[in-house]
Design a protein around this ligand. Structure first.
Ligand code: BEZ
Ligand code: FE
Length: 310
């Protein structure tokens, strides 16, 4: 047996008929309280929210202590949030709500590259580098040559596509987490006339999402890890094409199955091939006996109308 949202009713949560009627009446009254809303979409959102929220409370038979804990949790999330720290987005991320919203809004379109979470560490004003340039800006880590093409779903190159890239250093920190003004591990560049791009980055390493706040405490209390699978962020834009926000992940990373924000998609897992010290680099750069890595990421952009197509 299920309730009105399809949630299972068990013997522990089936109220008697009289009690169920009291609870149903309240849910319906709250739903009806929005009926004068003149914006049909807002009406739909609020009524569905009420239905699902009430169904949750009723399914788990929420205690008043638990309700108080939830309020304290949200209050703490509010207190730790400021213009640099956004605990509510983090909460959305670890509950899979960010990723589900991305799935709903970036429907699969032919062979277009899949999207994943944006994360909190993008910066608008990352420096421009030439094709083949270096995004590290002094950030520590193993150098990694990244190359690929940007095409549309018909295989046509997208010259001039703007490619933003950003990543954590080998300490697992983004530049903005150091609290000084350093700009490192981020840049933007443009695909060339054939849609090709390349740059030197760092081989991605795993790192924890910020976990010193209420979301971290929730992860700990539920036996979950804050670690993200190793990744390199991309945002690719071009006129007439759907903006792509994505990452590439490192094949073989043991965290691929346990990413704390559910961002991994199989199509985004790439081989990062280790190169022995002394192996010639694609652009003749020398590393004085250090190893380096290389990977390839061919990016396919959906047409802008993919956003609205049903
Ligand atoms: C990130 O990949 O940068 C990230 C994504 C979600 C939450 C925290 C960090
Ligand atoms: Fe990240």
């Amino acid at each position: 047996m299920t309730d009105m949202t399809g949630s299972p009713l068990t013997s522990a949560n089936v109220p008697g008929a009289e009690q169920a009627a009291v609870e149903d009446t309240l849910t319906r009254n709250v739903e009806r309280s929005f009926e004068n809303c003149s914006d049909p979409r807002l009406l739909q959102l609020m009524q569905a929210l009420v239905r699902h929220l009430h169904a949750f409370i009723r399914e788990v038979r929420l205690t008043e202590d638990e309700w108080n804990s939830a309020i304290a949790f949200l209050t703490a999330a509010g207190h730790i949030t400021d213009d640099k720290r956004q605990e509510f987005i983090l909460l959305s991320d670890v509950l899979g709500a960010s990723m589900q919203t991305i799935n709903v809004n970036n429907r699969a379109w032919k062979n277009a590259t899949e999207a994943t979470v944006f994360g909190p560490f993008f910066a608008e004003d990352a420096p421009e580098i030439p094709n083949g340039g270096d995004i590290a800006g002094g950030a520590p880590g193993q150098p990694c040559w990244v190359e690929g093409t940007v095409t549309d779903t018909e295989g046509r190159p997208v010259p001039g596509a703007r490619i933003e890239v950003w990543e954590a250093d080998e300490e697992g920190l983004y530049d903005v987490q150091y609290g000084d003004d350093r700009v490192a591990g981020r840049a933007h560049l443009y695909a060339d006339d054939d849609g090709q791009y390349s740059f030197w980055g760092l081989t991605p390493t795993p790192y924890p999402i910020p976990h010193d706040g209420p979301v971290g405490r929730m992860l700990e209390a539920t036996g979950r890890s804050p670690m993200r699978a190793s990744h390199l962020h991309f945002m690719v834009t071009a006129p007439g094409l759907r903006t792509l926000v994505t990452h590439i992940f490192v094949a073989g990373d043991t965290l691929l199955q346990h990413d704390s924000v559910f961002g991994v998609k199989d199509s985004l897992i790439k081989a990062f091939d280790q190169q022995a010290a002394g192996t010639p680099t694609p652009d003749g750069r020398e590393f004085n006996g250090e190893t380096w890595a290389r990977t390839r990421f061919d990016i396919v952009l959906a047409p802008a109308e993919a956003d609205t197509a049903v």
